[in-house]
Design a protein around this ligand. Structure first.
Ligand code: NAD
Length: 487
């Protein structure tokens, strides 16, 4: 029996599932002819029905967004910001319902990860509304003035994954609308409910057509990526789908931002205060049950401390509980969907068959109703093993020993991924020198997973194209437009 937070038990009206989820198209909440099941990954029971948006629905949404672009882009940034700040306030009023829905459809613990995701998302929307892209005067001579402006693109298609369905959608919505674009958002079919829910909230705030939310299968995402009236696709998801988005977007030379997968290394140097950082590293590896693009997916520990570190890390990890995200005692929730659960099963089978040393976990109890994968630590598998080379996207990590730093850097960088990485050591400058050699979009030293409104985030190599956040992220929702005025 799932236990719900007290506000739901005491207020049946607040039961977030007691509603019919609708598409948001041109300011109207609409049903579709058919629906699809959304499952609770903690028990694999059907949680709710989501509307199966069709290509026709997407077309209506695109045309509404195209029409509304004229008046939305004609508003000043301050006027648009006012709507966005109101949206943040409206989300805030519904944050417990949003958090509950997030846990129910995604699995992450209500009291930690889900609350954190929703709080951070609302903060993000509010803060982004305060940002502006100023006109830059790059020349001002006796003859002329040259001004660089940033004009909106038009209709943006946003396509999001299932691991952070609230945060990753709002990371796109706020800067996209602030810079004067309109949007059609397509959430993952595994986790559409939170986006449909905040679509309802958005319907009360924005003029019709500014933000549209259409749930449905991959085919509607595909339709968006080749549509001539969509100027840009902002995509977060897997590398395989990112490649399709890029190919398809060639139809009208779309602008694209791709935030894709990672296989992030954390390097623990011999002088690191490693005992102190075990809890931080545990969260960095296993937060959101490892279903995180920037989760640490390879832990490289100097051989002088490797075996002690493995023992301490496994001991700490063994105190953590995997379970239903609605249970306040749960530290890690289930894997969000069966597809990912099966991938993890296969990876663990390979790890066992190859005879690698599993120091914790490794065996999935398939008699459980939910998609639960135990916290799994693999000691020193070979560099070319699947567990090291692939992105597990689950609570599974290899801890690999190293001796020589040059050899380590070659191993760390010998990958198509380049999302993020971290280095840990007492000699700060030495750690920074190592960090500078990691080929990735973000590298932390003696801290990890810090994000900020003004901090650009994006992957190198096949982990992405372009960035989100920061003024660079805002600019990706614009065209550079240069004016030259003769004096
Ligand atoms: P996915 O690529 O399977 O799906 C992402 C979205 O794309 C979904 O909405 C899906 O319906 C849609 N889609 C599928 N096929 C499509 C197509 N042909 N055209 C257009 N849209 C299509 O990814 P996922 O499994 O939902 O997410 C997990 C992946 O996302 C992991 O690899 C993870 O590392 C990555 N991710 C990256 C970041 C980042 O910021 N770099 C953040 C979170 C997740």
């Amino acid at each position: 029996m799932t236990s719900y937070p007290s506000f739901i038990e005491t207020d049946p009206q607040a039961n977030v599932l007691n509603r019919s989820f609708k598409l948001l198209i041109d300011g109207e909440l609409k049903s579709a002819e058919s629906t699809f099941d959304v499952f609770n990954p903690a028990n694999n029971e059907v949680l709710a029905q989501a509307p199966s948006g069709t290509v026709d629905h997407v077309e209506q949404a695109i045309q509404a967004a195209k029409r509304e672009f004229r008046s939305w882009s004609a508003l000043s940034a301050d006027e648009r910001a006012e709507y966005i700040a109101k949206f943040a306030d409206a989300l805030d009023k519904h944050k417990e319902e949003l958090t509950t829905l997030l846990t129910l459809e995604q699995g992450k613990p209500f009291h930690s990860m889900a609350t954190g995701e929703v709080d951070a998302s609302i903060f993000w929307v509010r803060e982004v509304s305060k940002r502006r892209l100023d006109v830059e005067i790059v020349e001002d001579t006796d003859e002329h003035t040259v001004e660089v402006h940033h004009s909106p693109l038009g209709v943006v298609g946003a396509i999001t994954p299932w691991n952070f369905p609230v945060l990753l959608s709002l990371w796109k919505i706020a800067p996209c609308l602030l810079t004067g674009n309109t949007m059609v958002l397509k959430p993952s079919p595994y986790t559409p409910l939170t986006a449909l829910f905040f679509g309802e909230i958005a319907a009360e705030v924005f003029p019709p057509g500014v933000l549209n939310v259409v749930s449905g299968g991959n085919e509607i995402g595909q339709y968006m990526t080749s549509h001539l009236d969509i100027a840009k696709i902002s995509f977060t998801g897997s590398i395989a789908t990112g490649q399709k988005v890029m190919a398809s977007g060639a139809a009208n030379l779309k602008r694209i931002t791709l935030e894709l997968g990672g296989n992030d290394p954390a390097i623990i140097l011999p002088d690191a205060n490693w005992r102190e950082i075990v809890p931080t590293l545990f969260d960095a590896v296993f937060g959101n049950s490892g279903q995180w693009c920037i989760a640490v997916k390879r832990l490289y520990v100097h051989s002088s401390i490797h075996s002690e570190f493995v023992a301490a890390f496994a001991k700490y990890a063994s105190t953590k509980k995997v379970g239903d995200g609605m249970d306040p005692d749960t530290d890690l929730g289930p894997i969000q969907n069966k597809m990912q659960y099966d991938k993890l099963k296969d990876l663990l089978k390979d790890t066992r068959e190859k005879g690698y040393r599993i120091v914790l976990g490794g065996d999935i109890d398939e008699s459980q109703k939910g998609n639960f994968v135990p916290i799994t630590i693999v000691d020193n598998p070979p560099e070319d093993s699947r567990i090291v080379k692939e992105e597990p996207f689950g609570p599974v990590v290899p801890i690999i020993a190293f001796d020589d730093i040059d050899d380590l850097i070659n191993r760390v960088n010998d990958t198509h991924f380049g999302l993020a990485g971290s280095v840990w050591g007492s000699d700060r400058q030495k750690a920074i020198d190592v960090a500078k050699r990691i080929e990735a979009g973000t590298v932390w030293v003696n801290e990890i997973h810090i994000h900020g409104i003004d901090i650009p985030f994006g992957g190198h190599k096949m982990s992405g194209v372009g960035v989100e956040n920061g003024s660079e992220g805002l600019k990706e929702f614009t065209n550079t437009k240069t004016y030259m005025f003769h004096k």
